[in-house]
Each structure stands twice: as structure tokens, then as C-alpha cells.
Design a protein around this ligand. Structure first.
Ligand code: ADP
Ligand code: MG
Length: 365
């Protein structure tokens, strides 16, 4: 499975863009703020309906324009598929697969699987829990449509419950209606917790060997899921926090407060690890994600590496590049110098300058 081409219209700083990608390794290089990450974002967006940066559609549409378009051509088991995405300022986006409009974004998942690795991922361990939950959700939503359904409903209900908590401040009679929301929150929330638990256990199976190899078997890395509540305690926890939730005007318990720890041996490396140790652990996690996705979908995902190579030392770079040999990869970087010492084949190089992309070279390795 790979992306053959990408076309953009009024997407961020691109008025028009049309690029043909190689099924191997593609590099987009250029100075800062020229539009490299925008290309990766568009690819990720077209596959998942979401920006990996968490931007909203209206922020993505080119300044001064009303709409943006992304068109992606895929090749999957020798069959071509076309994805059309139409972003609008004040309405939800329109998506069509092979010319047929789809109603739910979930219908898109399964067609192409994208994994993005950015500097934010490298900092995932030391950043707040929201980033770690985002990692779980972005991956699980692509892998599991049932999870997508559960987490979307769960988030909707938490929002509605929070609105109700605010209203209760003015009208305490509304308190009685909380039961209905709590019941639904528990119903969807339990399923979310169970799926996350399983996903983390599966990641751990890969992490053991990957992180072992990356550290010369000096470290054993494991993720430890820290759900805000266990599924069987969720109902009770909501009830016992109810008065506090009403005072705070927000829901203080549930999977929207989950976290997970990175443990090396008995040490929580978020608190006690060096920066190098945290980065290596983040790299291990990404590689474990790639392996897990390969195993789950029985094919190759597409990998997007946004400015991360220069952040890794050369032995880790080489390890990463070794692991992704058979995967279509799109890499962004500021210069090509960083590739001089590497033993891998670059297939296609593009230079990005102020919202234009020039094809530089077809490299035969
Ligand atoms: N909605 C938008 N319309 C026009 N330009 C935008 C929009 N959003 C971001 N940009 C521009 O895109 C550029 C940043 O692109 P980006 O891909 O993040 O750069 P980099 O090459 O450093 O990865 C900036 O110049 C920014 O002003
Ligand atoms: Mg960038």
C-alpha cells in the first residue's frame, strides 16, 4: 500500500500543489516555515480526517480562502483508490472515496494507514498526559472502528455532562438528570479503558525486544497504563465525585484523564530519566507502533517523519531507517547533509520553497 500522488488546493500556504511520490523513501527539504510539515499534515489528514498537529479545518484553509481540497491517489494491492477531501470554513468536511461520498469518517479508515513521527512524539514522555492520550487515540481510531465509535461518543457525553455541570450551578433541580449522563459515560468509558489496556499490553510485547536492541539490552522498557478509574469502579467513582464535579463544573474522572508511564526497570523515566533515555524510549514506542500496525493490518502503513531524523544520533537514525526499509516513507528535513553518512536509498527528493515544491532528483541507489 502506498500513496502515488497528492494534490492540494488552498491548503495552508499552498495555492496549488501536485506531487508524485515514490513507493520508497521521499524527502522534502527546505528552510523553516516553507511548507514541509504542511505536506505531511495533508497526507495524514487525508488518511485520518485529522491534523496530526491537532489543527482545526478552518485554520488549515489558506488565509483569505473559503475552502481547501486534498486529493490523494493510493495504490493498494494493485488497485487504485482516490480520496477526495473538501475542507470548509463553517461546515464539516466532505469526503469521497473513488468518487462516492461517505457519511462517516470511519469509512475512510482501513483504506490507508498513516503513522506520523514528529518532534512532539519525541517529547511525549516529558509533556503532559494529553499528548499521551492523543497518541493512544490517533492510533487506536485508525486500527479499530469500534474504538472510534466508543471514544467519539464518550467525548461527546463528557462535553454534554460538563455543560450540565455548569447549568446545575444556576439550577440545582437539574442535578437529577446527571444519572442519565453518568450511565452513558460509564457504558462507553468502560469500553475505551478495556481497549486501551489491550493496546498497551500489545505494545509492550514489541517494546521489550525493540528497546532491548536499541539499548544493547541494557534497558527493559514497559508502558504502565494508569487509567483514571478501573472499568468496574467507574460508576462508583463518578457518584462519589459528583459533588466535587458540580463545584468544579467539570468531570474529574474517566478515560479523558488517563495516562501511562514509561518504566525502565523500576524507574519512571518521565521523572528520573535523562533526555536521551526519554527520546530513545519515544523512538522505541514509535517502532513498536509500526510493528503492531503491520501485524494488525497485515500490510505496510505509510510513515511520515517530520523533522525527527536530525534529533536522533546516527546509530538511532540507522536503526530507524533499517526498520522501515519496506515502508513508503515521507521525510522532512532542513538540509540533505544529514543523510551523507547513511546507508539507505533515497528514492525521490523535493525542495520546498514558500509554498512551492520542486522535484529535484530521482535517486537510483
Ligand atoms: N491557513 C494558512 N494559510 C496560509 N499559510 C499558512 C496557513 N497556515 C500556515 N501557513 C503558513 O505555512 C508556513 C508553515 O508551514 P510548515 O509546513 O509548518 O513549515 P515547515 O517547512 O517549517 O515545516 C508558514 O509560513 C505559515 O505562515
Ligand atoms: Mg515543519
Amino acid at each position: 500500500m502506498y500513496v502515488e500522488s497528492l494534490a492540494l488546493e488552498n491548503y495552508r500556504n499552498y495555492a496549488h500543489l501536485s506531487v508524485n511520490l515514490s513507493p520508497g523513501i521521499n524527502i522534502f527539504f527546505g528552510d523553516n516555515a516553507q511548507g514541509k510539515t504542511n505536506v505531511l499534515e495533508a497526507l495524514y489528514m487525508c488518511a485520518t480526517t485529522k491534523s496530526h498537529r491537532g489543527s482545526r479545518d478552518r485554520e488549515i484553509i489558506r488565509f483569505g480562502e473559503e475552502e481547501a481540497h486534498i486529493r490523494m491517489l493510493l495504490s493498494k494491492e494493485h488497485v487504485r483508490h482516490k480520496i477526495d477531501m473538501h475542507l470548509k470554513k463553517n461546515k464539516s468536511k466532505g469526503i469521497a472515496i473513488d468518487g462516492i461520498p461517505i457519511r462517516k469518517s470511519g469509512e475512510l479508515f482501513g483504506l490507508v494507514h498513516m503513522i506520523c513521527f514528529s518532534p512532539e512524539d519525541l517529547a511525549m514522555i516529558k509533556n503532559g498526559p494529553g499528548e499521551r492520550r492523543r497518541f493512544l487515540d490517533l492510533e487506536l481510531c485508525q486500527l479499530d472502528k469500534v474504538y472510534l465509535h466508543n471514544i467519539s461518543n464518550y467525548n461527546k457525553i463528557v462535553n454534554q455532562r460538563n455543560n450540565l455541570l455548569k447549568q446545575i450551578g444556576f439550577d440545582s433541580a437539574l442535578k437529577d438528570t446527571l444519572d442519565i449522563w453518568d450511565m452513558q459515560m460509564v457504558n462507553y468509558g468502560r469500553k475505551v479503558i478495556e481497549t486501551r489496556k489491550l493496546f498497551i499490553a500489545q505494545l509492550n510485547e514489541w517494546l521489550e525486544q525493540i528497546h532491548g536492541r536499541l539499548t544493547g539490552n541494557r534497558e527493559k522498557l514497559q508502558l504502565v497504563y494508569q487509567p483514571s478509574t478501573e472499568p468496574e469502579d467507574f460508576e462508583r467513582a463518578l457518584l462519589s465525585r459528583r459533588e466535587q464535579d458540580i463545584r468544579m463544573k467539570m468531570s474529574g474522572t474517566g478515560p479523558h484523564r488517563d495516562d501511562f508511564l514509561f518504566m525502565v526497570g523500576n524507574v519512571d523515566i518521565r521523572k528520573f530519566g535523562s533526555q536521551g533515555q526519554q527520546r530513545t524510549a519515544a523512538l522505541s514506542l514509535k517502532l513498536a507502533e509500526i510493528e503492531l500496525v503491520r501485524q494488525s493490518i497485515g500490510g505496510e502503513p505509510v510513515l511520515l517523519l517530520d523533522d525527527v531524523l536530525s534529533e536522533l544520533d546516527s546509530s538511532r537514525q540507522n536503526y530507524l531507517l533499517d526498520c522501515i526499509k519496506d515502508i513508503q516513507t515521507v521525510i522532512t528535513c532542513t538540509g540533505l547533509d544529514e543523510f551523507v553518512n547513511h546507508r539507505f536509498n533515497i528514492d525521490r527528493i523535493f525542495k520546498v520553497t514558500d509554498g512551492t515544491v520542486d522535484f529535484v532528483n530521482e535517486v537510483v541507489g
